[in-house]
Design a protein around this ligand. Sequence first.
Ligand code: BEZ
Length: 256
Amino acid sequence: MTQADWNAELYADKHDFVWKYGSGVLDLLEPQNGESILDLGCGTGELSAKIASSGAKVTGLDASSAMIERAQAQFPALEWPHLEWRIQSATEMTFEAEFDAIFSNAALHWIPSPEKVVFNMARALKLGGRLVLEMGGKGNVAGVVKPLEAVLADEGFALQNPWYFPSVAQYASLLEECGLQVRLAQLFERPTPLKGGTGGMQHWLEMFSIPLLKNVPLERQKELLARVEQEARAQLWDGEKWVADYVRLRIVTVKV
Ligand code: BEZ
C-alpha cells in the first residue's frame, strides 16, 4: 500500500483480504534464515512478519505513515527484532545492493512512474537477488473502473486514474531493461468476494476510490458512488455478495 492518506482502520477491518491473498505469492519467495529482505508497500505489516518468521531480516517500507504506525503497533520491536519499518515511497528509495530479495504484494499498481520504481528495485538488490511480486494486472477491477469512469464523465468531472495495471509484456520489458531476468510471469483472474454483504461495494469504493474523486465535492461523492454501485451490480453482485473482478500479475525475477 502506498497512498499517503490511507484509512488503516477501515483497511484492517474490511480489507484484510489484501494481505491474506498475498500468501500465494509469498510461497514463491522462499525466504531463508539470515537473508535481508525488503517488503515494498508493506501496509499493516502482516506479510512482513510472516517473512521475518523464517529468520530473515525484513525491512517493511510503505509511503503511508498510518499503515506503518499500525504495523509497528502490531509487531513491536521487542518481540520482533528481525523487523524494521520505514515510511518512504518506492520512487524515493535509494538502497544500493542491500537486499537478497524484494517482495511486494498489492502495492505497485498504486505508484505512478513504474520506470523509476523498477530502477530503484533493481538497484536495491544484490547481484543474484530476487524480486517476487504480485500486483493488479491488465484488466484489473474493470467492472468497477468502467462504471467509475462513466459516472464521473457523465457528471463532467475529470478522471484522475491513480492505477497502473500493466500487461505481462509491458512489465517484463521494464524489468529486463533494468537487468532483472524474468523467470516467471503470470496474469490470472482472481474473483474476490468483498466483506460486508450488501454494503461490500460501498466499503470498497470508500477505501480505494478516494484518489479518483479528488475533483468531486465531498457532498456529491456518496451519491456518485451509489450510481457506480448500481452500474456495477449486473456484473459483480452474485445475489448474495459482491465479487470484485481482480486480475493479478505475478512475477519472479533475478538480478543478473
Ligand atoms: C488491487 O489490489 O488490485 C486493487 C486494490 C484497490 C484498487 C485497485 C486495485
